[in-house]
Design a binder for this molecule. Structure first.
Ligand SMILES: NC(=O)c1ccc[n+]([C@@H]2O[C@H](COP(=O)([O-])OP(=O)(O)OC[C@H]3O[C@@H](n4cnc5c(N)ncnc54)[C@H](O)[C@@H]3O)[C@@H](O)[C@H]2O)c1
Length: 446
C-alpha cells in the first residue's frame, strides 16, 4: 500500500508515554499524528525537540519530524475521521480524596472520538486504566449505537529514563482485544518488534498493568522491610538481596533497598489498585502494606540524617543530591526529594539542592530562599555542607571524585538513600557513611 493512502495512526496525549509511542511507531515506518492540548509541548516537538529529558528521544523525534512520518497537532478532531487506530495516552492521575484513578481525560478523548469518527475505529487504551474501564465505555457506545468504534487495551510498560529502548525492545507486548480484527491490527503494528505477545481479553490486559506495577513495588517494599531488620541486627541487606535474588524464582531485580519508590506510576497505580480491590470487597491489605512501608522510607532516611548530625537538624547545611524520582529523567512526580525538602526545612535545616536536569521543575514548587539554595554543580552544593543526602543515584554522583568532595565538606558525612557506595571503601576514604539497611555500618558516636 502506498504511504499516502494509509490512514495515520493517531496518538492522543504526548506525555512521556504518548510521545515515545508516537515517535516509535513513526520510526517503524507508520505515518503518525500525535496530539496534545498543551501548545508549548506541540511547538517544541514540531521543532524536532523533546519536552522531556529522556535518553534517545530527541533524535528520534527530530528524525521522524524531518521525514514527515511524525506530525503533531493541538487538535485531534480533524484527524479522527481519517484514523483507523487511535491510541489514548492521556494521564490518569489519582483523585486526591480516594486515590482512585481519574479517567476523565480518557473519557474526554472517547467523547471526541464518538463525535468525529467515521467508519471502523479501533480505540486503544494505552493509558493505565482500572479494570472494566473499557466495559463502561463499551456500554456507553452501545447505548448510543456507535458500533463502528471498537475498544482494545495495550498497556504500556516503558520505564522513564529507558523509554526509547523499552519501546523497541519490550519484555513483552500485551494486547487486550474482543475480536480477531482488533488482534490483527495490533499485531501488524508491532510486527517489527521482537517480543512475546500476550493476547487476552480487555479486562485481563487492564489488570496485567496494575498487577505488574504492584508486584514490582511489592519487591521494593519487601526488601525495604528487610532492610530495617538488617539495620537493627547488624546484617547487610544488599547481601540478603543477593542471597535471595540468585534464586531464579525470585530474581535479583527490584531488590534494591533505599529511600523507596516514587514516580508517576507506582504510587498512583498502587493507590488505584487498592481502590479497585476494595470496590470489589476484596482483601487488598498487601497493597496497603506496600504503600505504607514505602511512605515510611522518608522517615527512616530523615532518622539517619538526624543520627549522624547529633540528633538535631537545626541550622545544619545539607547538600541534597538528586531531585528527579530516578536517574536519567527530569520527571519529579512523587519524587522522594519533594517529601524530604519540606520536612528538612521544617526541622530547621538549610538546603543546597542539586540535580543534573530536574532543578527547574523543583524551583517552581520550592522557590529559592534563605534556607534553600540551588547549586549549579555538585561541588557548589557540598562546599561547606555538614552532610550529603544522596537521594537519586545519577551516574554523575556515582562518579564523584570522593576525595575532592571530602575536602569540600565541613564534615565528611554521606547519608546514602540508594546504597551507591561500598561502605568499606567509604570508611577507608575517611567518610562517615550511612547507607540503608546495613547495620554494621551505622555510624557510632555522633
Ligand atoms: N510515565 C510513565 O512512565 C508511564 C509508564 C507506563 C504507563 N503510563 C501510563 O500512561 C499514561 C500516560 O502517562 P504519561 O506519564 O505520559 O502522562 P502525562 O500526564 O505526563 O501526559 C499526558 C499528556 O496528555 C495530554 N492531554 C490530556 N488531555 C488531553 C486531551 N484531551 N487531548 C490531548 N492531549 C491531552 C496532557 O497535556 C499531557 O501532555 C498514564 O495513564 C500512565 O499511568 C505511564
Amino acid at each position: 500500500m502506498p504511504e499516502e493512502s494509509r490512514s495515520p495512526l493517531l496518538v492522543i496525549g504526548l506525555g512521556p508515554v504518548g510521545l515515545v509511542t508516537a515517535a516509535g511507531f513513526a520510526d517503524l515506518g507508520f505515518p503518525v499524528v500525535g496530539v496534545d492540548i498543551d501548545e508549548d509541548k506541540v511547538r517544541t516537538i514540531r521543532e524536532g525537540r523533546s519536552p522531556y529529558h529522556e535518553p534517545g528521544l530527541e533524535p528520534l523525534i527530530a528524525k521522524n519530524i524531518a521525514s514527515g512520518n511524525l506530525q503533531v497537532d493541538t487538535r485531534a478532531d480533524p484527524w479522527i475521521p481519517r484514523a483507523e487506530v487511535i491510541f489514548i495516552c492521556v494521564g490518569t492521575p489519582p483523585r486526591p480524596d480516594t486515590g482512585e484513578a481519574d479517567t476523565s481525560a480518557v473519557e474526554a478523548v472517547v467523547d471526541l472520538v464518538i463525535q468525529h469518527h467515521q467508519g471502523y475505529t479501533l480505540l486503544v487504551e494505552k493509558s493505565t486504566v482500572p479494570v472494566e474501564t473499557a466495559r463502561h465505555i463499551e456500554e456507553r457506545l452501545q447505548r448510543a449505537n456507535h458500533d463502528h468504534i471498537e475498544l482494545a487495551s495495550n498497556p504500556e510498560f516503558l520505564r522513564e529514563g529507558a523509554a526509547v529502548h523499552d519501546f523497541f525492545h519490550p519484555d513483552r507486548i500485551v494486547i487486550g482485544v474482543r475480536s480477531p480484527r482488533a488482534e490483527r491490527i495490533l499485531r501488524d503494528l508491532y510486527q517489527k518488534i521482537d517480543a512475546p505477545i500476550v493476547v487476552a481479553d480487555i479486562e485481563t490486559a487492564e489488570i496485567i498493568k496494575y498487577a505488574a506495577n504492584t508486584f514490582l513495588a511489592t519487591k521494593i517494599s519487601f526488601i525495604n522491610m528487610v532492610a530495617d531488620l538488617c539495620e537493627k541486627t547488624g546484617a547487610d541487606v544488599d547481601r540478603v538481596a543477593e542471597g535471595i535474588g540468585l534464586d531464579k524464582r525470585i530474581s535479583p531485580y527490584f531488590l534494591r533497598a533505599g529511600i523507596g519508590f516514587g514516580g508517576s506510576c507506582f504510587p498512583k497505580d498502587l493507590k488505584a489498585f487498592l481502590h479497585t480491590g476494595r470496590r470489589y470487597g476484596l482483601d487488598f491489605g498487601l497493597v496497603e502494606a506496600v504503600i505504607r512501608i514505602n511512605e515510611n522510607r522518608i522517615a527512616v532516611f530523615l532518622d539517619h540524617l538526624r543520627q549522624v548530625l547529633g540528633g538535631d537538624l537545626r541550622d545544619r547545611e545539607i547538600a541534597l543530591l538528586g531531585l528527579s524520582f530516578k536517574p536519567d529523567t527530569d520527571d519529579i512526580r512523587e519524587a522522594p526529594s519533594l517529601k524530604l525538602i519540606p520536612r528538612l526545612l521544617e526541622a530547621g535545616a538549610r538546603l543546597r539542592l542539586h540535580d543534573p536536569v530536574a532543578m527547574p521543575h523543583v524551583q517552581k514548587l520550592f522557590p529559592p530562599g534563605p534556607a534553600l539554595r540551588y547549586a549549579g554543580s555538585v561541588e557548589e552544593a557540598v562546599a561547606g555542607a555538614d552532610a550529603i543526602a544522596l537521594v537519586t543515584e545519577w551516574q554523575e554522583y556515582r562518579n564523584m571524585d570522593l576525595d575532592r568532595i571530602k575536602t569540600l565538606l565541613r564534615r565528611p558525612i554521606l547519608v546514602d538513600g540508594r546504597n551507591v557506595f561500598d561502605p568499606e571503601e567509604m570508611k577507608r576514604r575517611g567518610f562517615i557513611y550511612y547507607p540503608m539497611g546495613k547495620g554494621r555500618w551505622i555510624p557510632q558516636g555522633f
